[in-house]
Every structure is written in C-alpha cells, then in structure tokens.
Design a protein around this ligand. Structure first.
Ligand code: GCU
Length: 340
C-alpha cells in the first residue's frame, strides 16, 4: 500500500491540457486506471496513452481516467504483466517477446526478419481473422486482453567496441536482449552473447562494462542515453516486433456496455497517434544521437545475419497454429514487400 501511495504522485497525473485549453484532471475520475510504461514521457506511446486517458474521461463524463506511469516505475514488463493478469495494474504496454511466457505461439510475430515492411506488419495486426484466436487464448488463460498492436520500429545492434558488418563482428560481445528465450537464441545465432534483462538496468550495465551492447530501435538508443556508452549502431535490421497495449480482461468486462464501447472506439486513435509519432521520433532520435557522437553504420551484411537466424525460424514454426500465423504473415509480405 505504501508503495502504491508513494507512486501515486508519479504518474501522468492531473492538470494536463487536453489541447483545447481546458485542463483535464484525469485523476479526479471515479475510477483511475494505471498504465505501466517502460519508456520516457517523450515517447509517442506515452503521449498517445495520455490522450487516450483524457478522451476516455470526456467520453465517460469523468467515470474513467488513465494515469500513465513512465520509466519502468511500476516494474519491468516481465513483472508488470503478472500484475495486469491479476488486475492490480489495469493496463500496460509490452514488447512482443515478453508475451511468449504466456503463450509461446506469440513467437511467430517476434521472429527475426519476419515482416517485410511496416505495412505488412500493420496488415497482419489489423486482421482479426489472423490474430483473433491467439489474442483470445490469453484472455481465457491469463485474464489479459490485447487492445492494440503497435509499430515499435526496427531493431539493430549497438555496442561500445566496433561497427558490426558481419556476424563475426559480434563475436564475444555481450548484448542485452528482452526477457524471452527466443531473443537469447536469436543473438546467439547472430554471433553474440545474450543477456536478458529489463530495460531499466541496461544503461548502468553498459556504463560499467557488464554489457558491451544491446539491440534496439533508435528511439531507445537515444532516449535512454545508450548512445553515450555504446557509440557504434549498426543496421542489422533483424527485428520488427510489435508492442501491445494490454488490459485486464475482468476490469474491461466490468464496465457498462456504453462505457466499454466508448473506450474501445478510442483505440484506433491511439494506434494512429502512437504509430505516426513513432516515425517522427525515430528521425529526431537519430539526429540527437549523431549530435552526441554516435556512429550509424548501414554497411551491414544483412543477408549473412538472415542466414544465421534461419534455424530459429525453422524450429519455432513447429505446430499448426504457428504455421497458420506464419503463412498469414507471408501473404501480407507478398502484398506489401520491402520498400512498398
Ligand atoms: C522497445 C519496445 C519496448 C521494449 C523495449 C525493450 O522500446 O518498444 O516494448 O520493452 O524496446 O527492449 O525492452
């Protein structure tokens, strides 16, 4: 209880200007949900969640509001997802690989070089015939509803030692990965040494030399100051994995039909706002990292990395559910090939 009260002062809070000049104090809502986030307050997903909270407050005449807790304040994604399952935290953003601990079939969307383009990925996640059963599986088993899947950039490797061109350049480098077995296996196949951990510990581990590097999109690289301590960023383009917006299923079900429909009608705006903002955020992040002295290297043998990780793809597509998901992704890849 003490912790909860202590943290209550740290969320996105009240008095936010909704853009129309009126201050909306979402914390004055009858019910205030907490949304856990592991990135900064500048991140477009944070801003989109704050907008969602304000729009929800207005749409429900103050019956509901959302307070967004940034910077991993409520815990690592791997920890918080259990709280969302129990209902002690109502909502969160989570990286795809962390979902694998609940249903391993989620792995299909987290495999290296899986989506040919952002459009292909968006097509898959807009198609409820593809995702419906997978998402329903964790409603039933874990009490978690997937409200949305978001674009979360393309991930590349970075380290303090050297630009990476070939898999051999990762030899002996200890790289942080997200908390999931598939991510460990991926980095090992790519040629590095994998170290899974939550986002919040990475900077210190890089700074102290416990880690040589990590893999992530440009926004994390800059916003969390990894560019200061790992100056070589190399475009392996090995992952395009979604972030999901999750909610406790019972809490959603407890709303009146009218309020729930009003809430769900606001989700497409969140997706649009977060995804559009993300593209701009990437450009700003690259410029800021270059300013800080980081070196971006696009001279990477991507084909060599792609070949290295093929075993992970092959061993992961090992049941009919995953095969169907995989085939569906390929259809969207054909429709929206790279560079489309
Ligand atoms: C990205 C992603 C997050 C993820 C993070 C990480 O920021 O959007 O969901 O948690 O990377 O590597 O931990």
């Amino acid at each position: 209880l003490t912790i909860t009260l202590g943290l209550a002062a740290c969320g996105s809070g009240g008095g936010i200007d909704g853009g129309d000049g009126d201050d909306i104090d979402v914390t004055s809502a009858d019910t205030v949900w907490r949304l856990a986030f592991n990135q900064t307050e500048e991140h477009p997903q944070y801003l989109a969640a704050v907008e969602l909270g304000e729009a929800l407050y207005e749409a429900t005449d103050g019956r509901y509001g959302i307070e967004v807790y940034a910077n991993e304040l409520l815990g690592t994604q791997a920890d918080v997802v259990n709280n969302v399952s129990e209902g002690s935290v109502e909502m969160m953003y989570i990286g795809g690989p962390v979902m694998e601990s609940f249903n391993e079939d989620f792995i299909v969307f987290n495999l290296p070089y899986m989506f040919a383009s952002q459009e292909a990925q968006a097509g898959v996640f807009a198609d409820t015939e593809v995702t419906g059963d997978l998402f329903a599986s964790i409603e039933e088993s874990k009490g978690i509803t997937v409200l949305a899947a978001l674009f979360a950039g393309v991930r590349n490797v970075y380290n303090a030692e050297r630009p990476v061109v070939e898999p051999e350049d990762l030899d002996g480098l200890k790289l942080r990965v997200q908390q999931s077995d598939s991510q460990v296996r991926m980095i090992e196949l790519m040629g590095g040494v994998a170290s899974p951990m939550g986002q919040g510990e990475v900077y210190t581990a890089l700074q102290s030399g416990v880690l040589d590097g990590a893999e992530n999109n440009e926004t994390v690289y800059n916003a969390l100051n990894h560019d200061e301590v790992a100056e070589y960023y190399s475009y392996t383009r090995h992952l395009m994995i979604p972030d999901y917006l999750l909610m406790n299923t019972d809490i959603l079900a407890d709303m009146s039909d009218e309020d729930r429909e009003a809430f769900q009608a606001l989700i497409p705006d969140l997706v649009e706002s977060a995804n559009t903002g993300f593209l701009e955020f990437i450009d700003e992040s690259i410029a800021a990292s270059e300013e800080a002295g980081a070196q971006f290297n696009d001279d990477v043998n991507v084909e060599a990395f792609r070949e290295r990780v093929t075993p992970l793809v092959e061993e992961s597509i090992n049941n009919p559910v995953r095969q169907d998901l995989f085939d569906a992704v390929q259809q969207y890849n054909e429709q929206f090939p790279a560079g489309s």
